[in-house]
Write a protein that binds this ligand. Structure first.
Ligand code: FAD
Length: 252
């Protein structure tokens, strides 16, 4: 599939470091809730710097939406995104990824790892199929929780926040433990969807193994699936998006 140029329709910080980015959607562009895509910025010097992000939108809408944690200290793509405005352009490549909805289960997300689950939940909700799906959402502090109101509305009582670095009366505190997972799994073999840092995923998998949850029921992005499709060289890249030659470079 060819890379596409998309225009930013809105861009706003929804926490101290997470950007919500809405763009238009290319014609005939399709993806499955839970998938990711590589994105670069259509500005001189940035077109070939591709980074992966999950769609949080659903395929039926006319927009693409992403929530993107920004790292100003990296001086990379996410820092550059902070400088963009409505009307600026991004380049989106081919969708990829293995996270998809297999059936009811327990979703465990850490921080911006909620992104693929947002698309899945929005999709299920639009079809009135949210059922008994449950979410455990782990964040450092309350201020880090992304789109809490929307998640509460979609999941109703089946949504639990855990804060690892803040103690409040309203939220559970601490790391995710065998005790917590036992409580949520309730002795049943359910799908367990895990998204977050490699460290968190490894810790959860260790507990799930101890609880005899089969690997076939664990849905996550594996190392292989994280590998992006890389265009072999610059020349191929620019021949795929010929409009760059005239547009981006003529402008500056
Ligand atoms: C499949 C997949 C889906 C993803 N989906 C999402 C998503 O939906 N939302 C989201 O927010 N993230 C997501 N990510 C993570 C996201 O891709 C990265 O956070 C993003 O690539 C960071 O890009 P960056 O250019 O800002 O920084 P980086 O690419 O991390 O760093 C740029 C440069 O900064 C330097 N650097 C690295 N670490 C440091 C440091 N600690 N201090 C100083 N300099 C440093 C290095 O030289 C590096 O080359 C996803 C990742 C994958 C693999």
């Amino acid at each position: 599939m060819k890379p596409h140029l998309v225009k930013i329709k809105s861009l706003k910080l929804i926490t101290h470091d997470v950007l919500l980015v809405l763009t238009d959607k290319p014609v005939k562009f399709s993806y499955v809730p839970g998938q990711a895509v590589e994105i670069s910025i259509n500005k001189p010097g940035w077109q070939t710097d591709r980074r992966s992000f999950y769609f949080i939108s659903i395929p039926e809408t006319t927009d693409l939406e992403f929530c993107i944690k920004t790292y100003p200290e990296h001086n990379g793509v996410t820092n550059e995104l902070l400088k963009l405005h409505v009307g600026d352009e991004l380049i989106v490549y081919e969708e990829f990824g293995e996270i998809s909805y297999r059936g009811e289960g327990l979703f465990i997300a850490e921080g911006v790892g909620i992104a693929p689950f947002l698309s899945i939940f929005r999709n299920l909700n639009s079809r009135h199929l949210i059922g008994n799906n449950q979410l455990i959402f782990i964040n450092k502090t309350k201020a880090d929780i992304i789109l809490e109101t929307e998640l509460t509305n979609i999941l109703d009582g089946n949504y639990t926040n855990i804060l690892s670095e803040e103690q409040t009366a309203a939220y559970a505190h601490g790391p995710i433990t065998e005790h917590i997972l036992k409580h949520f799994l309730n002795g049943k073999q359910k799908y367990v969807y895990v998204s977050g840092s490699a460290k968190m995923i490894a810790a959860v998998e260790k507990i799930l193994t101890a609880l005899h949850i089969s690997k076939d029921f664990i849905v996550k992005e594996t190392a292989e699936e994280r590998k992006p499709v890389v265009y072999s060289n610059y020349q191929q890249f620019y021949s795929i998006i010929p409009m760059f030659n005239s547009k981006s470079y003529d402008q500056h």
